[in-house]
Structure formats: C-alpha cells, structure tokens
Design a protein around this ligand. Sequence first.
Ligand code: NAG
Length: 124
Amino acid sequence: MASIFYFLSFILFLPLLFPGNASNCLSGMNLEITQSKTGNWAHGMPEMKVRIINRCDCAVAEVKLNCTGFQTYKTEDASVLSISGDVCLLKNGKSIPTNQPVEFLYAWDPPFPFQPISFKESCN
Ligand SMILES: *[C@@H]1O[C@H](CO)[C@@H](O)[C@H](O)[C@H]1NC(C)=O
C-alpha cells in the first residue's frame, strides 16, 4: 500500500522536479473558448462575444485560431483579432498572461466554432 502511495506521489511531483520541461499546455485543452450572445444585433445578425482564456500555467503568445470560413457583420478590433486568410491572430501575437481573458465581438448566425491552431508558451 505504502509503496503505491510513494509511486503515485512521485508521478504527481515529477513536473515540479523538471519545471523547465513541464509543458502541460495543449492548445485544444488549455485555451478556453466560450461565446455568448450579447443581445445586440448587427445587420440582422446576433452579436456574439467571444472570450478566450489562457488556462496554461505560463503566458502564451502568437495564439492562432482557425478562421476558415469566418464571417462577421461587425468590424473586429484588429488589435485583438487580426485575420489573415484562414488564420486569426490574437492580440497581434502579444503575450497573454494566465487566466486573463481576451474578448472580441462579431456578428453572425450560426456562431463560428473557433478552434486554436497553435501558440507559443513562454514561462519566465
Ligand atoms: C481549419 O478548419 C477547417 C474547417 O473545419 C479544416 O478543414 C482545416 O483543416 C482547419 N485547419 C487547421 C490548420 O486546423
């Protein structure tokens, strides 16, 4: 029994022993993307508020989302969301701290399923 306990705690504390390699940050899991209707309308389309939260232990930068087919009736703020082709870049690639939400609005129906493509983790 005791040896199992020690084995489990060893596994649990492994990331603490190797902090430099402890990248538990996965784009699909640690970037939380939610969206909700604001209640406003733009050109007959419901306005949506997208909220992206970095749930990684470290800051992330150069966050890219898959924007294939993304359309909006509302002009997005290029300092938050810049679109180039099928890829959207968040905050011009700037660093986004842990748990700090990044928000932007768009207007379309149905809602666009934003998916992260890639980002860079920076632990300082
Ligand atoms: C982006 O989404 C489109 C449509 O769902 C898909 O075909 C494409 O493979 C995605 N691109 C990336 C880089 O994930």
